[in-house]
Ligand binder design. Structure first.
Ligand code: XMP
Length: 318
């Protein structure tokens, strides 16, 4: 019978043997898979593991600094790289969803490659690939696990891709990854985190991206997600987030008419993201969140709730 404790013991032992005294690079995303993969390697080889956590400027509010601190608290040898400006520059003026994804993927590879080269004598690249990623190579684009995949040892590719690949979670499903993390004592705030797309808020800001739009959406998203947590709803939802729409609408504030932005909130139930149902969140909850957003976030005067299921509506709006 498979148990997480036994998996940790055998995997740590085989990683030790496989890697010996060599150095390993791993890209942390803040998500469950890369975090658990890092923890297993940390147990096996300690500071021979060099983690890189890139801020693409499109993460949730405060996520980069708080998750980085959390990683350090776990004892990981991690370097935080704030490349926000580089990503925003590459995205400037771009409205096409796929071109936005490509630009983010390209800059990620550039940044990761630069950082990898600073780790002298590294011979391995670790990835948090899990079994569904292996069987379904179409999956995501833009994030560490998607952009890196296994194109190693091929000429003309970034240097870090010439590294040997180690994927300790390759045979596991998501729920098993969580159980492995739990058996290593990892925090529920990491293991229970909702999925978040590699391109981040860039695909939740419809149209072109500016620093101001990112900051508006971060505020809106934080109110929604904190609200879900405070109401005990966060763990009942598979994924949630907010979309900043390319629409201004008329509102009133005091005697003044306003003409400001509209946001859409989305919360879905799913098992794998392939299909999804919108969640019937309580009206009282939506009412409070909507009031908070409109009162606290400057530039937003209207909130709508997305009641579309997948298919045909995707989870993200881009
Ligand atoms: P959709 O919008 O296709 O999303 O219903 C299904 C799941 O995939 C995530 N998603 C992405 N993840 N890069 C990623 O890493 C992407 O470009 C991307 N697009 C969608 C989405 O958040 C959901 O969990």
């Amino acid at each position: 019978d498979w148990t997480p404790d036994a998996f940790v013991d055998t995997t740590v032992a085989s990683l030790k043997e496989q890697i010996g005294d060599e150095r390993v690079i791993l890209g942390l995303s803040g998500g469950v898979d890369s975090s658990v993969a890092a923890m297993l390697l940390h147990k096996a080889i300690g500071s021979q593991l060099h983690c890189i956590f890139v801020n693409n400027g499109l993460l949730r509010k405060n996520e980069f600094s708080s998750v980085l601190e959390q990683y350090k608290g776990m004892g990981l040898n991690v370097k935080g790289v704030d490349a926000s400006a580089r990503f925003l520059d590459a995205l400037a003026g771009e409205s096409d969803p796929e071109k936005k994804r490509k630009a983010i993927g390209r800059v990620f590879i550039e940044v990761f490659d630069d950082e990898s080269q600073l780790v002298e004598n590294a011979t391995w690249l670790a990835q948090g690939t899990i079994y569904p990623d292996v069987i379904e190579s179409v999956s995501a684009t833009g994030g560490p696990s998607a952009t890196i995949k296994s194109h190693h040892n091929v000429g003309g590719l970034p240097d870090y891709m010439k590294l040997k690949i180690v994927e300790p979670l390759k045979m596991l499903f998501k729920d098993e990854v969580r159980r492995v993390g739990k058996s290593m004592g990892m925090d529920a705030s990491i293991l229970g985190r909702h999925p978040f797309p590699g391109p981040g808020l860039a695909i939740r800001i419809l149209g072109d991206i500016t620093a101001e739009k990112v900051s508006i959406l971060q505020e809106v998203d934080a109110i929604f997600i904190d609200g879900l947590k405070k109401s005990g709803l966060y763990d009942k939802v598979w994924q949630a987030g907010a979309m900043l729409l390319p629409v201004n609408s008329v509102g009133v504030m005091g005697d003044e008419r306003t003409y400001e932005k509209c946001v859409a909130l989305r919360a879905v139930e799913s098992t794998d993201g392939m299909t999804a149902d919108w969640v019937n969140l309580p009206y009282e909850f939506l009412q409070k969140v909507s009031n908070d957003i409109i009162n606290k976030v400057k530039g937003v005067n209207r909130v709508v709730y997305d009641i579309s299921s997948k298919p045909p509506a995707t989870i993200e709006w881009e």
